[in-house]
Design a protein around this ligand. Structure first.
Ligand code: CP
Ligand code: NVA
Length: 298
């Protein structure tokens, strides 16, 4: 039996990515009938926990939420011991972790699919929701120029993978040291579409149909807060920056957001903001991802 995990968007072929998106927006199937899904969180969450819990219910399964400190990965017992025991109870194991290596270690010994609910490397469920939202509000992704302004982080990496695999254009506007390294740009360029990077946020958004950003301080980086606020201070997405993008450009943010830091309140709450639709599509995406890993592993 083949077990299919979803740790990164690039775990999927382009055809499979399109299939996941189709499953996401199709009527829910009871693929988790009578099964449990472990939802393990080493970090806080609103959208991911609620969308995954409700997706599991809609697919006929039973979600079991567990805080990281309860199971104590590598303190109370090893990641492998937790995983091998839990995969005897559940149809899918999903985890939000500090170190991406934790989900790869889980996948290496799990008898059931493992889904990454955010790691320091990637956030594939967010990227699925983001491209579903773009398709719905902006049109086919291969026609779109998507600008990412700010930190080249977990959300940026997964979003770029999805947009490029669907044939779209990614334009990064990131400060030096917080941008995509050259080898990473080469890896992304091989996925399809077109990718470029500058440290000038204004240049990055020229021609963009979508301007996407995220917090300057990701979970686990709290000690770097002061230094990061300094580095990113000129990377706020405000109405001036949005004015440099294509006419009618949409604003996106995975949330949680910080008005007055990475985005101004008028842009975040403005008519061209897709943030609430994007957040709601986390449920759409969660259904597609869970259905895919369950069906592909049968
Ligand atoms: N975007 C996102 O993953 O939000 P939460 O941290 O609230 O789950
Ligand atoms: N980059 C952010 C995303 C939160 C959903 C973080 O990792 O904290």
């Amino acid at each position: 039996m083949t077990i299919r995990h979803l740790l990164d968007i690039t775990d999927l072929t382009v055809g499979e990515l399109r299939h996941v998106l189709a499953l996401s927006t199709a009527a829910p199937k009871k693929v988790l009938d009578g099964e449990g899904v472990a939802l393990i969180f080493e970090k806080p969450s609103n959208r991911t926990r609620h969308s995954m819990e409700m997706a599991v219910v809609q697919l006929g399964g039973h979600p079991v939420y567990t805080r990281g400190e309860e199971i104590g990965f590598d303190t109370r017992e090893t990641v492998e011991d937790v995983t091998r025991i839990m995969s005897g109870y559940h149809g899918v194991l999903a985890a939000r972790v500090f170190a991406h290596a934790t989900v790869t270690r889980m996948a290496a010994c799990s008898a059931v699919p493992v889904v990454n609910m955010l790691s320091d490397r990637s956030h594939p469920l967010q990227a699925l929701a983001d491209v579903i939202t773009m398709k719905e509000h902006c049109g086919p992704v291969d026609d779109l120029v998507v600008a990412w302004v700010g930190d080249y982080n977990n959300v940026a990496r997964s979003l770029a993978e999805a947009v490029l695999m669907l044939g779209g254009t990614m334009s990064f506007g990131c400060p030096a040291g917080y941008d995509a390294p050259a080898a990473e740009l080469t890896r992304l360029a091989a996925l399809g579409g077109s990718v470029s990077q500058t440290d000038d946020p204004h240049a990055a958004v020229v021609g963009a149909h979508v301007v996407h950003t995220d917090t300057w301080i990701s979970m686990g980086q709290e000690e770097e807060s002061a230094a990061r606020r300094k580095v990113f201070s000129s990377y706020i997405v405000d109405s001036t920056l949005m004015g440099d993008a294509a006419p009618g450009a949409k604003f996106m943010h995975c949330m949680p957001a910080h008005r007055g830091e990475e985005v101004s309140a008028d842009v975040f709450d403005g008519d061209n903001s897709l943030v609430i639709a994007q957040g709601h599509h986390r449920l759409t995406a969660a259904r597609g991802a869970l259905t895919f890993v369950r069906e592909a592993s049968r």
